[in-house]
Design a protein around this ligand. Structure first.
Ligand code: TYD
Length: 425
């Protein structure tokens, strides 16, 4: 990539997937004006062109009616619709790679400045972009905006977008064009409008524009807690939030997560294996972990993905070290060759008293072999987790898991996002 290269991105359909918010707001405006709501095929076409144009040409309104519809649309959009949005998974990593290659990044969008700014800020994308050009007074001439975004000394420049307007604007402004086919425009539309290159995913944008930049690593997150801490639900919620923010999330679990690991899991959780010694158990967990680290975690993190792991070595330390009284140090020792230095960047610990956890477990399902262990076993597990947090306070984010699910999910999201967004800069 040449020095002083600029890469300009369209917003809707390229950086973010905004149909949920756009459709909800278009529907809302039409209903409020007592107009029929067109089919989904027609609603799809709202994404890209200026709103007034869409209300006139897709819904048969006069200029005056279209302006009124736009006013109502914006009323909802600026409060709710705006955040009914998702960053395409892989965008963050692509932006990191482009930046690593030395590219200057910008946004050129047909959206007005206020919502654009709020979306970029909400998703923590604002810090990537040196220039953000938005529509003014309903005018969204992409050629003009592209020209305005580029400094005079730009050596090479690309317009990346999902619709013909982006490709045509880029061509007229005399810069290179890259069409993305994961957005709202078809491959045929993009090629017809003169797209020089096509990318089928955010990852491919960086592969095409800066193949030499190499990978930017992702992150390794784990979640821990007593059985009954609500870990399953919270993992689900966190994975969705990270996906919404444009991370490529890979979920995995321990014991398991690989074909070999899942077989080991069956042995460990089988009630018939009551004769299993503590040492066997600890070594089996470590064996499954050794496989997971090498087969899944390392390759994923190396290639920019975010691993979200349901339990990791802390579970062994707390359950076998604390619960089975083998000693935390001894368990960490056993696990050293399995983990081989690969530790989570952040571990969310769902903090719940062992009695409360037991109450929840008994209400939920038939307990398995480990879950049937005596109450003081779980008291020792809880104590084990507390020791681990004292040993490595920076790695842990403890969240009180006894309250309301929504509030817990929000607190986890806040803590994890703060860490991930900070690591990007
Ligand atoms: P869990 O993920 O809670 O399973 P489930 O999906 O059935 O709720 O974990 C299964 C059990 O394995 C749990 O009781 C904790 C235990 N465990 C250990 O004792 N040591 C370990 O190293 C791991 C990973 C889990």
């Amino acid at each position: 990539m040449q020095k002083n290269t600029w890469v300009l991105f369209d917003l809707d359909g390229t950086l973010t997937r905004s149909e949920e918010g756009i459709w909800n707001c278009a529907r809302y405006a039409l209903e409020r004006m007592d107009r029929p709501v067109p089919d989904n095929e027609t609603l799809r076409k709202f994404i890209g062109p200026p709103l007034v144009w869409s209300f006139r040409n897709l819904c048969g309104m006069t200029e005056e009616e279209a302006l009124e519809a736009q006013r109502i649309y914006r009323e909802r959009y600026n409060t709710v619709g705006l955040l009914e949005n998702r960053v395409y998974p892989g965008i963050r990593n692509a932006l990191c790679r482009l930046r690593k290659a030395g590219a200057h990044l910008g946004v050129v969008t047909g959206k007005p400045a206020a919502p654009t700014g709020r979306i970029l800020e909400h998703f923590g994308l604002d810090r990537f972009f040196g220039k953000v050009l938005c529509a003014t007074d309903n005018k969204a001439d992409k050629e003009q905006m592209i020209r305005a975004a580029l400094p005079e000394d730009a050596a090479e420049a690309w317009m990346v977008g999902d619709r013909k307007y982006d490709m045509e604007g880029g061509r007229r402004a005399g810069i290179h064009t890259l069409g993305v086919t994961y957005g709202y425009g078809s491959e045929a539309e993009l090629l017809e409008a003169g797209a020089e290159k096509l990318a089928g995913s955010p990852r491919e944008i960086a592969d095409i524009l800066c193949p030499e930049a190499g990978e930017v690593p992702g992150a390794f997150l784990s979640m821990e807690g007593l059985d009954g801490s609500g870990k399953g639900t919270q993992l689900e919620r966190l994975a969705d939030t990270l996906d919404r923010y444009g991370f490529e999330v890979i979920r995995t679990r321990e014991p398991g997560g690989t074909p070999i690991g899942e077989k080991i899991r069956e042995i460990l959780l089988d009630r018939e294996n009551a004769a299993m010694t503590d040492e066997t158990e600890a070594l089996l967990y470590a064996a499954a972990r050794a496989q997971l680290v090498r087969e899944v975690i390392r390759p994923a993190v190396r290639s920019g993905r975010v691993i979200l792991c349901d339990r990791f070595v802390d579970s062994s330390a707390a359950y076998q070290g604390g619960g089975r009284q083998m000693g935390i140090e001894k368990i960490l020792e056993i696990n050293r060759p399995a983990v081989d230095g690969t530790m989570p960047d952040l571990t969310v610990y769902l903090e719940i008293g062992h009695r409360k956890a037991l109450e929840r477990r008994c209400a939920a399902s038939e307990p398995d072999r480990l879950e049937m262990e005596a109450e003081n076993f779980h008291a020792r597990v809880e104590e084990g987790y507390h020791r681990l947090m004292e040993m490595d306070p920076d790695r842990f984010a403890a969240v009180n898991a006894e309250g309301d699910r929504e509030a817990i999910a929000a607190e986890i999201a806040e803590k994890v996002l703060a860490r991930l967004l900070e690591a990007e800069h």
